[in-house]
Design a protein around this ligand. Sequence first.
Ligand code: SAH
Ligand code: SF4
Length: 373
Amino acid sequence: MTTNLLDFDLDGMAAFCERLGEKRFRATQLFRWVHQRGASSFDQMSDLAKSLREKLKGCAHVTGLPVISEHVSADGTIKWLFDVGGGNAVETVFIPEDDRGTLCISSQAGCAVGCRFCSTGHQGFSRNLTTGEIIAQLWYAEHALRQRQGHGERVISNVVMMGMGEPLQNYSALVPALRIMLDDHGYGLSRRRVTVSTSGVVPMMDRLAQDCPVALAVSLHASNDALRDSLVPLNRKYPLEELLAACRRYLDHAPRDFITFEYCMLDGVNDQPEHAAQLIALVDPKTAHGVSCKFNLIPFNPFPASGLRRSSVARVSAFAKILSDAGIVTTVRKTRGDDIDAACGQLAGDVKDRTKVSERMAKLRTIELKPIT
Ligand code: SAH
Ligand code: SF4
């Protein structure tokens, strides 16, 4: 078996080159070819000695993930479904906005946390993605989009680890992938523009603060432990008090001076005025237990097995107003790509059934690609 170079951060690439008897600057050249130029063939790498290219052909390859389908939404959002083998697929979503391009990346096939409102959670856990499989999503999206736009400029300015899976339960693969995103010889993204979203794996939040402190989003979803226990089962292990303490510790290392709290709005479950009042008391930065934060309210994306409903628009704005009036910066996430189900875990749920994959492949042929604006 030869080595997939997408698995290496720059230090890993340097160690690999060293094993081949090559100097570190060769690793930098290789890394730039792969990530900055999107090269997958060693013959393209014209500034590498022919002898090195031949050596590499014998022991290495650059291989992305097979694309099962691509869906382009009327609003420009693109969702890819990638095959990770064994009947599993993961999804990646590109969200173009006026001033940025955000890629939402998956970290696991399925998820072991099992949140009640999450369709990935309902599928259960299949396996961790490798570093190469995490970075392949960015590698493919960046270079496919760049090629389509035809001007060779960077397309993806922000990455959010908000696709399928709990990134902090796949820590050893996640950190090298983050380093590739941040590396000036890789994607050169700033730490403020790479966000890890977690349901609250407290010990790993502390490790991330030391190893690779990028922006942090924490999926809160509840204003008290009883409610959070029922929505995010991990809360039984790391209850709110511990989670908020971990957020405060993280802020000492974070590239931003706030934590983003995600809050999925569930009709009649966590969307009442008293929940908003509890949240204000819970996070109040003027108290010892509080946290400097922003709230991002996410309208729930319903799926049948959840038995839950999306809060009404009026309820979401009323909730947002209570938080804002208390001085907490609060945004409501725009639903993007609704027509292509570009929400956490929705499409890949169907793909577990392989017959549906071929149906989707058939449909794919009929999809017309729209230019991205
Ligand atoms: N496991 C991590 C990251 C992936 S989920 C986490 O939980 O943070 C990314 C975000 O999507 C989380 O805030 C999650 O709560 C939210 N989410 C999951 N299912 C959803 C749904 N059906 N509707 C709206 N948001 C959802
Ligand atoms: Fe896993 Fe996040 Fe979904 Fe919870 S919301 S089940 S942690 S992917």
